[in-house]
Write a new protein. Structure first.
Length: 320
């Protein structure tokens, strides 16, 4: 493979082409394709393109299929190549990280980790192509370093967007959990079962992300999953420490026979107390941090008022 590249470069150096830029671009494209084939050959492994469980459940339940770039007939051949590369890449930690972030973000498009990795490869390739076209048209040259930086930037922005979306959704759920626990405990104190209490909370707001997760819990219970397993799945989808502790407390209450309403109410009170303590700590830290800009402002005012008098005194002209 490298020998073919060297032969092509020698021929290009010996032959007098009418347009050297076209030859250079062709050589770089050839190098890029050869490197791509080399990477595929190294990471090649048996694979099977599968559909995510969320998408499979949505299709089997009669809902319409998703509408993403993977379903675009014009982009499908290129994305199929990217998807094949994503399945062949031996990156288990990155794929597991993407899987966790997709679950935390709600995964509205039912992406699998390999599909999202292929999507990041696609956007990286698009940005690299745009930068290359700009260099050729505007600057009349070609830079493989800028192309590589564009490719890395496109992939990085796609993965960073997933991280930010997941983080924002988790913060929203963390704010919603104490109020949802209060409503569930009140409904159970009034005589409702656990599933009926969750159904009451879910009806309060359809667009709330925590209500969406509770709907999934209800759906799993209705399909035959045990309550313990449904709650454990909830803790896996939403990796928040407070939610994990609540799920552990509920499972322990079931094992010991403790009234679940009392456990949920105590957990909600504990979460509110922790929130108040956290707010007090942040307020104390903010009061200390604000002293620095306050001192700088005070110093600037003192210099503005007494600065001219100090300069006159140094020059020997007197203060007045």
């Amino acid at each position: 493979m490298l020998a073919l590249t060297n032969i092509a470069m020698i021929l290009a150096a010996k032959v007098d082409y009418p347009n050297e830029d076209i030859v250079e671009i062709g050589l770089h494209i050839g190098i890029f394709l050869l490197v791509t084939l080399f990477v595929i050959a190294i990471f090649r492994q048996p694979y099977e393109i599968t559909v995510s469980h969320q998408r499979k459940s949505s299709i089997e339940s009669g809902h319409g299929d998703r509408q993403t770039v993977f379903e675009n007939p014009m982009l499908r051949p290129l994305l199929w190549i990217m998807l094949s590369m994503a399945y062949r890449m031996a990156l288990p930690r990155l794929k597991e990280w993407i899987r966790v972030k997709l679950l935390s973000s709600g995964n509205p498009n039912y992406y699998s980790p390999e599909e999202y990795l292929a999507l990041s490869l696609f956007y990286g390739t698009m940005i690299a192509s745009i930068i290359t076209a700009f260099y050729v048209i505007a600057l009349g040259g070609f830079s493989i370093i800028s192309m590589m930086l564009g490719f890395a930037g496109g992939m990085g922005m796609t993965i960073f967007q997933l991280r930010e979306t997941a983080g924002k959704r988790l913060r929203t759920i963390a704010k919603r959990v104490p109020y949802a626990l209060d409503l569930i405990s009140l409904a159970m104190s009034a005589g409702a079962t656990f599933t009926e209490a969750i159904g009451t909370v879910v009806r309060e707001g359809d667009e709330d992300p925590f209500n969406e997760e509770l709907k999934i819990v209800l759906a799993e219970i209705e399909l035959g999953t045990t309550r313990r397993q449904a709650l454990q799945n909830l803790a896996e989808r939403i990796p928040i420490d407070m939610l994990r502790s609540i799920v552990a407390s509920v499972i322990q209450a079931e094992d010991l026979g403790t009234p679940l309403a009392d456990v949920l109410h105590s957990q909600a009170s504990l979460l509110r107390l922790q929130r108040s303590v956290r707010a007090e700590n942040l307020a104390a830290v903010a009061s200390v941090r604000i002293m620095v800009p306050g001192a700088l402002i005070l110093l600037s005012v003192i210099l503005a008022v007494f600065g001219p008098a100090v300069v006159r005194f140094i020059d020997g002209e007197g203060i007045f």
